[in-house]
Design a protein around this ligand. Structure first.
Ligand SMILES: [Zn+2]
Length: 456
């Protein structure tokens, strides 16, 4: 099919429609009747549905949680999973993050990449197929979530309350080209023990981040030992010691990173424990330090917890301790593991529970997400890869696995496809999120080819 002219004719209004949708601040807000995630999110969903309606598609709004835009006839259903909510703007913008600014060569605004640009692009691909009357044998449905950036409550409601007809094949344009066929399973849990005379200790601020700082209070009598331990540490420059009366405050400066890429970080808690393990401390602090160094240490792949495993698709399991703190008489360690698709999260849970049994620590599940896996030789993956390759001529980039999580793992036979192109700057969740119009045109070409090939 030659869609070239239709694509050229669509670009101007595509740019306008993406910019307009990005002018709606759809950060999660206070719940209101019919607006489970606040007014901005509701407005954003309505605006996206209205776009679809104006193009002549069937639309439906499921109580403000999820929306449908559907085209075509046929038994089978092709799904496209996106979201209309966005992360907060944050600081550092050179333009109004909610301005939907259009320059000569780009659109700038929160959501242009994640995920408003991609969903409007898919909508335009459907519009072109409709206008050109291209014969299709399957229905195509865009499924719009509203709470992707925080809790995925929209998809929970949709799958468990609405219980919709599910697509037989689907993709989520909320990641990168060419395609992600495997997303590691996710397991977050806490290990907790009672403490009575634990000194001040804290580090990190989220399960899924490598902690960039950690602190602990020590008796001043350890000053010399501490000095020596720091001097012998792998990187002495990350430690600072302040002396206050009869106390020492040891601060450790790590490097923050997403737990899915923990190799890029330096875990401040682990390196704090490493040094504490060399001191002649006693009591509860000593017990906690020993437990930590026996079960976590400074390794990244769960070796000491006895959960190390890996597979060809995903590489090794990772284990990040994201937080340590004392609250209500309890010391809490918050752990995040990304699990290769060949291993069930339940089997890892069993191993952790067995390992900590009898240590005085209690295991508690915080959250778990099943992995995504669609074989590389499946029709879905080969069809989408072919569409990407035909348009871009890029035969080198291969389908990938990822420790991140997209909606694609919520459904069977669904992968992440698009929309960041190789070499395209990733400004998702950052200041000055932007989308170049020449890249947008390639997105539209790929999506048009992909949807056509899947639904023909
Ligand atoms: Zn997204």
């Amino acid at each position: 099919m030659d869609f070239k002219k239709a694509i050229d004719n669509s670009m101007e209004s595509l740019v306008q429609d993406i910019a307009a949708l990005c002018r709606i601040n759809s950060v999660e807000g206070e719940e209101k009747p019919g607006m489970p995630f606040g007014e901005g999110v509701a407005q954003s969903l309505e605006a996206a549905l209205k776009l679809g309606q104006d193009m002549g598609f069937k639309t439906e709004n499921f109580d403000g949680y999820v929306g449908h835009i559907e085209y075509g006839e046929g038994e089978e259903l092709v799904g496209i999973l996106g979201h209309v909510d966005v992360v907060p703007a944050g600081d550092g913008w050179n333009t109004d993050p909610w301005g939907g600014v259009i320059t000569e060569d780009k659109i700038i605004g929160r959501g242009v990449l994640d995920d408003k640009g991609p969903i409007v692009t898919c909508l335009y691909a459907m519009k072109i197929l409709k206008e050109l009357n291209v014969p299709l044998s399957k229905r195509v449905r865009i499924i719009l979530g509203t709470n992707e950036e925080t809790d995925w409550k929209c998809m929970n409601y949709y799958l468990n309350e609405v219980k919709p007809e599910l697509p037989t094949m689907a993709f989520s344009p909320d990641s990168e080209f060419p395609l992600t066929y495997a997303e590691l399973g996710l397991l977050q849990y806490t290990l907790t023990r009672e403490v009575k005379d634990m000194p001040f200790i804290e580090g990190g601020n989220a399960f899924n981040s490598v902690p960039s700082s950690a602190k602990v209070e020590l008796d001043v009598k350890f000053a010399d030992e501490l000095k020596k331990a720091i001097a012998e540490a792998k990187d002495p420059s990350i430690y600072t010691v302040e002396e206050k009366e009869d106390k020492l405050l040891l601060s450790v400066k790590g490097v923050g990173a997403h737990a899915a890429h923990l190799q890029e970080g330096v875990n401040a808690i682990s390196f704090m424990m490493d040094v504490l393990g060399k001191l002649s401390i006693t009591g509860e602090l000593k017990e906690v330090v020993d437990f930590y160094n026996e079960h976590f240490g400074t390794c990244l792949y769960g070796e000491k917890m006895g959960v190390a495993c890996s597979d060809e698709d995903c590489g090794p399991l990772t284990l990040n301790v994201g937080m340590i703190y004392v609250k209500d008489g309890k010391l809490v360690l918050c752990c995040d593991s990304r699990i290769p698709v060949s291993f069930a999260p339940a089997s890892i849970i069993e191993k952790v529970q067995a390992k900590v049994a009898g240590t005085g620590y209690e295991y508690e599940l915080h959250s778990t997400e099943r992995p995504l896996y669609v074989p590389k030789d499946s029709k879905l993956v080969t069809t989408l890869m072919e569409a990407y390759r035909t348009v871009t001529g890029d035969y080198e980039s291969q389908p990938q696995s990822s420790g991140g999580a997209t909606y694609s793992r919520t459904m069977e036979n669904c992968v992440a496809f698009g929309c960041l192109l190789p070499g395209q700057e990733d400004t998702m969740h950052m200041a000055n999120e932007y989308l170049e119009i020449d890249k947008l045109k390639i997105w539209l070409e790929i999506m048009l080819e992909a949807i056509y090939q899947l639904a023909k």
